[in-house]
Design a protein around this ligand. Structure first.
Ligand SMILES: Nc1ncnc2c1ncn2[C@@H]1O[C@H](COP(=O)(O)OP(=O)(O)O)[C@@H](O)[C@H]1O
Ligand SMILES: [Mg+2]
Length: 300
């Protein structure tokens, strides 16, 4: 098969692993910097151009879209979808997962446990918002933050009001969330491929930071999920329409609560857990891109 990896970082560990595993199975693979792709919109002919050439004849694409390029990256993915090329992650699922409010709306509708959350923008009723989530301490997040940037722990009511006020003045949409204090600084990442948890790790901050993001200096160790955690992670992935994703959860007194579902999870979890992630993604493509071709032949 001919596989395209849409990635800005050919030297990135995740990209390198995908290339390696695809080649091992005899596939042709090309890393495409989607930020440098351009599309010509002609009636009836969806095309993606890259380095002066049309990209054609791919059987599958693997989008690895950076969060700061969600909009442009997902429209390049959409252009491939319009050519009926199999993608491991759909453009709409990428867009949804990058919006924290939209994600939480979808998860709560699906019955997935999430921390109590209020979404607000232009409200003067800050006290009411605080009450809704049970008062300080609370977590306040910007709607499109990532890697732990834009997540604030407001320990007192005064601090919470000041942070909300600041976001309000700046016109930033934000979420106010109950603080899961019982497992502060620790969360669990379940890496899911095609309805299976292929690796799971526990991340903890190394200092007194409440955020466990590896980007904030967190540390990961392998962890075995409980049956309940596995079930919830899979349910969250399904609700978000993501066959490949990283589900982040916290172990709370009320049971596992999902914080977010990452549509382009890093493969560093391979090194931490000793579990292979990249081969299962190539498996997934082999099974599904072919099935689609067959279906197309019959259904044409
Ligand atoms: N409600 C919460 N209670 C306690 N800690 C939280 C809560 N929400 C987030 N955190 C901590 O902050 C980190 C970053 O939050 P997250 O919602 O995942 O944002 P980001 O998209 O920036 O990673 C989490 O990994 C977790 O450690
Ligand atoms: Mg996170």
């Amino acid at each position: 098969m001919k596989i395209a990896i849409l990635s800005k970082g050919p030297a990135n560990y995740s990209t390198k692993r995908l290339v390696e595993e695809a080649k091992k199975r005899g596939h042709k693979v090309q890393v495409i910097n989607y930020a440098k792709c351009y599309v010509a919109l002609e009636s009836g002919r969806p095309v993606v151009n890259y380095k002066g050439k049309e990209l054609t004849n791919f059987d599958a694409i693997i989008p690895r879209i950076a969060s700061n390029l969600t909009k442009y990256g997902s429209s390049i993915v959409r252009q491939f979808e319009m050519q009926n090329i199999f993608t491991t992650t759909s453009s709409i699922a990428i867009v949804r997962s990058r919006d924290k409010l939209r994600s939480l709306q979808i998860l709560s509708k699906a019955g997935v446990g999430i921390p109590k959350t209020v979404f607000a923008r232009e409200t003067a009723d800050f006290e009411g918002v605080l009450e809704q989530v049970g008062g300080a301490p609370v977590i306040i997040k910007v709607a499109r933050g990532t890697h732990g940037n834009g997540v604030v722990l407001a320990e007192t009511k005064k601090a919470a009001l000041a942070v909300m006020q600041a976001f309000y003045v700046e016109g930033v949409s934000f979420l106010v969330q109950e603080y899961i204090g019982e497992s502060a600084g620790v969360d669990i990442r379940a890496f899911i491929v095609n309805g299976k948890v292929v690796a799971s790790m526990l991340r903890q901050s190394l200092d007194d930071d409440f955020r466990s993001n590896l980007h904030q200096g967190g540390n990961g160790i392998p962890v075995k999920l409980t049956d309940e955690e596995r079930k919830i992670a899979l349910k969250a992935a399904k609700a978000m329409g993501l066959s490949i994703c990283g589900v982040d959860m916290m172990r709370s007194e009320k049971g596992p609560l999902v914080l977010e579902v990452n549509c382009s999870p890093g493969f560093g979890i391979e090194k931490i857990t000793g579990r292979d992630v990249a081969p299962s993604i190539i498996d997934y493509i082999e099974q599904n891109a072919k099935a689609r071709r067959k279906k197309d032949r019959v259904g044409a």
